[in-house]
Design a protein around this ligand. Structure first.
Ligand code: AG3
Length: 286
């Protein structure tokens, strides 16, 4: 939301006692969808910025970090993924990165808000970069939790590209939802989730990982620093009954080269290193 004390700037107040301010060079869109308040503006440093209910979701300049780390880490750790499910991800950035893998035959994307998709195609075409036109993508407009409960499809990788656990995204952080996600994984399949910035949102990570611990033989999280998810590195939840985590860096390198990927954040070494956790994050583990 714009702030009376800082005219021409958006101030995100997601965390208690602390905020992030972004200058708005030009407001391109500002409206209520059926589900949330959607805004896009340009910022001199980050280019186009999308906010939902006043919280930064993605920016032109730094979205590559988040999207590369939630896709290439599970897909290359898996090694033979063909079917991927994305929950959320209406801006198309996640689908863009998944579809870079020639080995991926099918992507299902379940977004609750048709408004976000339509709008992103128009105002943020660089995010999806053609992904919505890829014949391998099936777009479903539905509540991700409802879809997960009823789907009979199975997926090698499930990516939860959610908002924070407030508003429409809250159901995507429940034990029930994670249980249904596990059921929709193929043997050796991997579930990854957006789990907030643990320095600021430690409980969120602990709660998710408590559920993962009960569900998966291999559970934990990995980290990446995304400038506009301010407050320290972001955590991504990781859950699997397979051995994807233990794949060595040389194998990851071979898979990366074979996939013909070009990335700006992800490297096989970053992939391995991302699972090394600082003490304050270790202590959030259930
Ligand atoms: N969804 C993640 C937004 C999380 C922001 N939260 C925060 N700063 N703690 C991004 C959607 C991009 N496809």
């Amino acid at each position: 939301m714009t702030d009376d004390t800082m005219p021409g700037w958006t101030v995100e107040r997601l965390h208690n006692g602390w905020g992030q301010a972004l200058e708005e060079s030009e407001v391109l869109y500002d409206n209520e969808t059926d589900h949330q308040r959607l805004r896009v503006f340009t910022n001199p440093r980050f280019g186009r910025v999308l906010t939902l209910d006043g919280v930064v979701q993605t920016t032109e300049a730094d979205n590559f970090i988040y999207h590369e780390m939630l896709t290439h880490v599970p897909i290359l750790a898996h090694g033979a993924a063909r079917r991927v499910l994305i929950i959320g991800g209406g801006d198309g950035g996640m689908a863009r990165e998944v579809l870079r893998h020639h080995g991926i035959a099918h992507v299902t994307m379940v977004e609750i808000d048709a408004g976000v998709v339509e709008f992103s195609k128009q105002y943020l075409p660089m995010l999806s970069a053609g992904a919505f036109g890829d014949p391998r993508l099936t777009l479903v407009i539905d509540d991700g939790a409802a879809f997960m409960k009823t789907t009979e499809d199975k997926f090698d990788v499930i990516i939860v590209d959610s908002t924070d656990p407030i508003g429409p995204g809250e159901v995507l952080f429940t034990d029930t939802f994670y249980g249904h996600a596990k059921r929709a994984l193929t043997p050796g399949g991997i579930l990854v989730t957006q789990n907030g910035v643990p320095f600021m949102q430690g409980d969120e990570l602990t709660n998710t990982l408590r559920a993962f611990k009960a569900l998966f033989s291999d559970w934990g999280c990995y980290l990446a620093t995304v400038p506009t998810y301010a407050g320290g590195p972001m955590a991504f939840g990781w859950g699997t009954d397979g051995d994807g985590r233990s794949v060595d860096v040389d194998t990851l390198r071979q898979r990366y080269t074979a996939a013909g990927l070009e990335t700006d954040y992800y490297t096989p070494a970053v992939h391995k290193g991302a699972f090394a956790l600082p003490g304050y994050v270790e202590r959030l583990m259930p």
